[in-house]
Each structure stands twice: as structure tokens, then as C-alpha cells.
Design a protein around this ligand. Structure first.
Ligand code: NDP
Length: 290
């Protein structure tokens, strides 16, 4: 069966991986990039190099955009706006929910169908079972191209609001970011000991975090429920260990700012009469800060 034609605009590390996956899956693929030479390998594999963005958009019913940021995507697409009518634009550039909604409104006003996406993979993971991509926008537009989008990684549709893919993308990235900060902190502590090595410590850390991640669905069930939380620890117990983490960090010559701030928050809560450490209370506390 003939595969649908696809255009990829933006051939950085990620855009090249996307175009490569589409070529491998048998889609006639047109590509455009500011630095045209980045298309050389793709052209050698069968892609067509467009000389302008407009030519790239016209070549396919579906265009994927993967650029550094939304301002650049906007600047690149504006001159080609006339070619968008009746075509679908999928913006996989990382951005905020409001940027996604603005881009959706702009593309829709030009007669294009618009989907926003968040790629949950690094380039080498594209088209492997580990990759997934979040999409939001009108469901009919997603369904029309779902089969093509599956060539990049599992395609997960989140809803009609164009901003929700960006929201979930950044929420997932925030968890990853804090996890890596925690990793670096813990390695700084562990390797302050003369017998500590990052590799040896990480062999303990990975199973520990993997096991702890299994608790998240139970926390999530408490968060979605109006009933009394099932998972609760004494706030005083948590505070004691957080104080110890701060002290042990300082003793090891490692910055303790995060744990000092965390201890201060827990002390304030205890002073207010809160006795239990639960997921709903932790999330409520975060929402209070704006
Ligand atoms: P790169 O830095 O490799 O590529 C950036 C792209 O933007 C290139 O096509 C570059 O063109 C283009 N670009 C930058 N500045 C301009 C400009 N002023 N005018 C025109 N084009 C410009 O980034 P990635 O490919 O890694 O990332 C692209 C998007 O994918 C980002 O939003 C990123 O967050 C997202 N992403 C990336 C992941 C990754 O692991 N790399 C993972 C998940 C998402 P040129 O080649 O001419 O410089």
C-alpha cells in the first residue's frame, strides 16, 4: 500500500531522526532546513530537498515541524502561510501550552488543521518501542494521520485543547529534571566518602528509584480521590529524615539548600497543626505557590 507523503521542517538532531524514521517506514518524505546540508544524508536515502518552506509544505498533506522554539517556527512558517490551507501542521517543537494554543489559532485561521505534539524520546529512540509522542488538537485531525505518526513512536492522543500535549510534555520533563537533580545530589553525597564511586552507588540507586516509582500509582489514586488518603506518613517522621539529609549533606561538604527549604516548609506545616504527609497535601502545597 502506498504510504502518505510527509514533510519535515527542521533537521536538527530530532528532525533528522523523525525524517529518517519516515523514510524507513516508506513514506515519501520532503525535507527543509535552514542549513540545507543537514538534509544530505536524508536525500541520499530518498528524501526530496525543498528549496523553500512553501515548497516543502505544498509537497505533502502533512507537515511536521521540529525547530528550536516557537518563535523560530512562527518566523519560518509565516511566509508559507498561503500554502497551509487544507493541509495539516503538526508542531513537535518544545513549547508552553499557551504557545501551542496561539500556534493552533494562527494555523487554523490560515485554513490548516493543527496538532501540537511533545516528543518523549531522544533522537536515537525515535521509531523504537521506547519512544512515545503526545498529541493534542482536534481528534479527527489526529485520527486522519495516526497511522503515519505511529512511525515516529507510539502516538498518544490527549485531547482537543491544543495546549495539553505541551502541558503533559513539560510536566513529564519536570519529573525527569528533578530526578536528575536528585541523582546528582545523591552522587555528590555518596562520593564524598573515600570508598564511594558514582558507578557503584548508581548500581544501588537505580533499583531503589525503580522500586519507589512503583508507589506512584497508589499516590495518584489518593490524589484523584476525595476519601481520606490511604498512603500517609507522620509529618514529624518525614521532617526528621529531611533534617538528617540536610545535615549529612552539609557534613559531606555538599549544598543542602533543597533540603533546608523542604525542612522549613514541613516545620511550618507542623506549626499549623498538620500531622500527616500525604500526596494530596503535597500537591496542594505546590499549588499554593504561584
Ligand atoms: P537542534 O539544535 O539539533 O536543531 C534545532 C533546529 O532549529 C535546526 O533545524 C536549526 O536549524 C533550527 N533553528 C535554530 N535556530 C534557527 C533560526 N534562527 N532560524 C531557522 N532555524 C533555526 O535541536 P533538536 O533537533 O534536538 O530539537 C528540536 C526540537 O525537538 C526542540 O524543541 C527540542 O526540545 C525537541 N526535542 C528534542 C529532543 C532531543 O533529545 N534532542 C528530545 C525531545 C524533544 P539549523 O540546522 O539551520 O541550525
Amino acid at each position: 500500500m502506498n504510504k502518505a507523503a510527509v514533510t519535515v521542517i527542521g533537521l536538527g538532531e530530532m528532525g533528522r531522526a523523525l525524517a529518517d524514521a519516515l523514510i524507513t517506514a516508506g513514506h515519501p518524505t520532503t525535507v527543509w532546513n535552514r542549513s540545507a546540508a543537514k538534509a544530505d544524508d536524508l536525500v541520499a536515502r530518498g528524501a526530496v530537498r525543498a528549496s523553500t518552506v512553501e515548497e516543502a509544505v505544498v509537497a505533502s498533506p502533512l507537515s511536521l515541524v521540529c525547530l528550536l522554539d516557537y518563535d523560530i517556527a512562527d518566523a519560518i512558517l509565516r511566509p508559507a502561510a498561503g500554502a497551509l490551507r487544507g493541509r495539516t501542521l503538526v508542531n513537535l517543537t518544545n513549547g508552553t501550552p499557551d504557545q501551542a494554543r496561539e500556534a493552533a489559532a494562527w494555523a487554523t485561521s490560515r485554513g490548516a488543521a493543527y496538532l501540537d505534539g511533545g516528543i518523549m524520546a531522544i533522537p536515537s529512540m525515535i521509531a523504537t518501542p521506547q519512544a512515545f509522542v503526545l498529541y493534542s488538537g482536534e481528534k479527527a485531525h489526529f485520527e486522519a494521520h495516526e497511522e503515519t505518526l505511529e512511525a515516529l513512536g507510539a502516538a498518544k492522543y490527549l485531547g482537543a485543547d491544543a495546549g495539553i500535549a505541551a502541558l503533559y510534555d513539560l510536566a513529564l520533563l519536570s519529573a525527569m529534571n528533578v530526578m536528575f537533580d536528585g541523582f546528582f545530589h545523591s552522587v555528590a553525597m555518596a562520593t564524598s566518602h573515600e570508598e564511594g564511586s558514582a558507578v557503584g552507588f548508581t548500581e544501588l540507586l537505580v533499583p531503589w528509584l525503580t522500586g519507589m516509582a512503583q508507589v506512584m500509582p497508589a499516590f495518584a489514586a489518593d490524589l484523584d480521590s476525595d476519601a481520606e488518603p490511604v498512603l500517609a506518613q507522620g509529618l514529624d517522621v518525614v521532617l526528621a529524615s529531611v533534617r538528617n539529609m540536610a545535615q549529612a549533606s552539609r557534613d559531606a561538604g555538599v549544598r543542602a539548600d533543597y533540603f533546608e527549604a523542604s525542612a522549613a516548609t514541613l516545620e511550618k506545616l507542623l506549626a499549623e497543626g498538620v500531622t500527616a504527609y500525604t500526596a494530596p497535601a503535597a500537591v496542594r502545597r505546590l499549588r499554593r505557590v504561584s
